[in-house]
Design a protein around this ligand. Structure first.
Ligand code: PLP
Length: 418
């Protein structure tokens, strides 16, 4: 029963240092967030000890009477949150949820159509050496060079030419809303199933601030840890008629025992996502992204070769295009790190620089909105980013500004260690 600092001081030190890093830096990786303390508690609980293969009421192990309650709560809450007919809360991650979706909807060798990785799609939407690219015949649609947006007439043309069994609509790096109705009618026209991967924008959907894919898609997958602000994990929702296929694709199709501690933490997160506080936070998330977009499109930034993909944003992130800037994606990531802001570099479509360097940055606002940032703080952050990316700034002065912001919005106040 030793505490972690007694039993394993090396790992205890990592936990302390990571908590310190999260507190001191401004987290702007678009796919990250800070979970409520109640989520940390559920996820760090004795539920990690329990095997529970199967589903509530239909387990292959004894002693599941309490974990069944947790899983049923997670299922019912998420169905209510999104208005879904069926939900499976067992996927360990977004990638494993997506593997199960394809397992449920297609056979190896079938054709799947998704957004190209280089244009903002996810690895699991058909990247060459991912399971998706290996098991399925992949056809990729792209964004348009002039608008940075997906042209649905071109998606339709490609679908008619290639007749996919599954069309996936979703993204990891695309700053605009998708046209779910157009995807639905294209899927109907070619007899494909429509799968929406809303990993990035699920929190916005839950708050009613982004169109919901639920009525349009046969299957919707998501992560729980991005805008939705829950534990690192995945989720699948579907129409009732696909419930059995989805459930058997997750278990036993793709996974063994579910992570019951994580499922309990998902239930907590879904409860929080139903609150007025959550909606208000998602509003600040969107407002922050808008403020950053506006600042990075001002004349001084444009003069330094900074552009935004698609010329703005409708969501929780902006994609900075540095093709014409003297600094590349790697340098931009490093400079922002030095001034106390964590982001990730990202390839832009037809990127002239190699994938490990890139000519883009993905900058997101969910974690800072959770930290309590509003218009005033986002205006200050936006200015720090613009000044840093223009080059030649006094980085120490910029670091002092981010430190003041971090101090003004303490993270996990009172928490000593986890
Ligand atoms: N789907 C999309 C659209 C994503 O952006 C991501 C993660 O970045 C995933 C799936 C995969 O999630 P995970 O990292 O939990 O496997």
């Amino acid at each position: 029963n030793s505490s972690i600092s007694e039993l394993d001081p090396d790992i205890a030190k990592v936990l302390d240092q990571e908590l310190g890093r999260q507190r001191d830096m401004l987290e702007m990786i678009a796919s990250e967030n800070f979970v409520p303390r109640a989520v940390l508690q559920a996820q760090g609980s004795v539920l990690t000890n329990k095997y529970a293969e199967g589903y509530p009421g239909k387990r292959y192990y004894g002693g599941c009477e309490y974990v069944d309650v947790a899983e049923n709560l997670a299922i019912e809450r998420v169905k209510q949150l999104f208005g879904a007919e069926h939900a499976n809360v067992q996927p360990h991650s977004g990638a494993s949820a997506n593997a199960a979706v394809m397992h449920a909807l297609a056979e190896a060798g079938d054709t799947m159509m998704g957004l190209s990785l280089a244009h903002g799609g996810h690895l699991t939407h058909g990247m060459k050496i991912n399971f998706s690219g290996k098991l399925y015949n992949v056809v990729a649609y792209e964004t348009e060079p002039d608008t940075g947006r997906i042209d649905m007439d071109k998606v339709r043309k490609l679908a008619l030419e290639t007749r996919p069994q599954v069309i996936v609509a979703g993204w990891s790096a695309y700053p605009r809303q998708l046209e779910f109705d157009a995807f639905r009618s294209i899927a109907d026209e070619v007899g494909a199933k429509l799968w929406v991967d809303m990993a990035h924008f699920a929190g916005l959907v839950a708050a009613g601030l982004h169109p919901s894919p639920i009525d349009y898609a046969d299957v919707v997958s998501s992560t729980v840890h991005k805008t939705l602000a829950g534990p690192r994990s995945g989720l699948i929702m579907s129409k009732a008629e696909l419930a059995r296929k989805v459930d058997s694709a997750v278990f036993p199709g793709q996974q063994g025992g579910p992570l019951m501690h994580v499922i309990a933490a998902k239930a907590v997160a879904f409860k929080v996502a139903q609150s007025a506080e959550f909606k208000e936070r998602q509003q600040r998330t969107l407002e922050g992204a808008q403020i950053i977009a506006d600042r990075l499109m001002e004349k001084d930034a444009a003069d330094a070769g900074i552009k935004l993909l698609s010329g703005g944003t409708d969501v929780h992130l902006v994609l900075v295009d540095l093709v014409n800037s003297k600094i590349d994606g790697q340098q931009a990531e490093d400079i922002l790190h030095e001034v106390g802001i964590t982001v990730n570099r990202n390839s832009v479509p037809n990127d002239p620089r190699p994938p490990r360097v890139t000519s883009g940055l993905r900058v997101g606002t969910p974690a800072l909105a959770t930290r309590g940032f509003g218009a005033e703080e986002f205006t200050e952050v936006a200015d720090v980013i613009a000044e840093a990316l223009k080059g030649d700034a006094d980085l120490e002065k910029l670091r002092a500004r981010t430190r003041a912001l971090a101090d003004s919005k303490p993270l996990y106040a009172g928490l000593e260690q986890y």
